[in-house]
Write a protein that binds this ligand. Sequence first.
Ligand code: NAD
Ligand code: TDX
Length: 415
Amino acid sequence: MNLLVTGGAGFIGSNFIRLRLAGSGDTIVNLDALTYAGNLANLQEFDGDARYRFIRGRIEDPAKVKEAMTGIDAVVHFAAESHVDRSIADAAPFITTNVLGTHVLLDAAHKAGVKRFVHVSTDEVYGALGKEGRFTETTPFRPRSPYSASKVAGDMLAQAFWETHKLPVMVVRPSNNYGPYQFPEKLIPLMVTNLVEGRKVPLYGRGENVRDWLHVEDCCRAIEIVLDRGKPGEAYNIGGESERRNIEVVNLVIALMGLTTQVEAKAKVEPGMSAPISASTSTSTSPRTSTSAREPGTKNHKPETSVREPGTKNHKPVPSDRGPKTADREPRTKNQEPETDEFIEFVEDRPGHDFRYALDNAKIRAELGWHPEIQFEDGLRRTVDWYREHPEWWQPLKARLNRESAGFWTKDRQR
Ligand code: NAD
Ligand code: TDX
């Protein structure tokens, strides 16, 4: 079929195009505005491929969308402003792209008689959970950030085009994705790249917020299944079934970076946990580290609201191809308590920070036979490896981000 993908130069969209071109006979048109988050380097391997065509344009531009929609059988709509923090600083681009743009696209798809339309929504439309419970597809929407409010509007417009015009729309609501090609403003790539650069990881509040992590390959497989076999008018949760507190994720990344020996005193061994990625560079004293290590708020680990400069005396840049040798760091005397905040900066919390997301996957499991296949610790290990092996991909983005991030809600924040 002829597929139109919007936002295909972004994180999930580019992973989806790669998967689809490898596994189907489709031709793909990628319509993307190349905002700060769009990056043609994500799909460089398809330059000159007869089955792939890139069109630079905005989804809220009816003329451009009409051009891109010509001869199209199906649409997968990823394009969005996607970063919650930016929506707190300025919601206007979120309304333009996620609301107006989605409407222009739905309208053009309807007029062009498109046969299938997958709208990529998010788990954030449901709002925030406390410690218990999970969102199902019928949980009422209760968005709490300008980003999620704009995604609710897009989600509802998509449903309305099915109800009103019988445009065959399927809505998908994925949980937090992670994996290669994610812009390094999001938590996991921000952590890995900061640690490689010798900077601390800025953790909001006390790091207690919970996200349900989903590897981008699992997400793209689910979207593909919904595109091919989903029922028009239906919504499908795509949850990772891997809930973790942010502090757990940070500690795991620190362990995977081979930086565990600094915190070994607080580590507990749990069967089945991943070992640090660079066995050759981690010391024999830290083969396995629990995600429950390095709890915040212990006597040596007080949350801080002030932002300190990254790169303390014990925090040297980690070469991107390997973890640090013990000898690279300043020696610690025996029995000395490790600095528990050596790699983490507890910073001012995100305003309106959603406490927890968790998705119930029962529907997509039962109706379409999808389930997440990539275990979080394995997926995270692969992701950490990918960022360490591809500094040429993220370094230019990070340089730009470091300048731009001063514009987020904490005005003088430097990452
Ligand atoms: P991303 O920010 O990495 O990429 C967004 C892409 O959309 C970029 O290539 C950008 O250039 C393009 N774009 C932005 N505005 C545009 C416009 N007006 N016209 C055309 N192109 C435009 O986003 P992502 O993380 O890949 O997310 C993709 C989709 O999945 C979004 O709809 C997002 O809301 C949703 N989602 C993301 C996650 C996640 O964890 N990343 C989870 C659930 C849902
Ligand atoms: O520097 C940080 N420090 C920190 O503690 C950043 C960037 C994030 N966090 C926290 C906030 C969240 O609790 O980490 C968690 C994950 O944050 P993000 O990576 O910004 O993702 P989130 O806000 O959960 O939203 C993501 O999942 C749902 C995507 O960005 C959305 O596009 C998607 O809809």
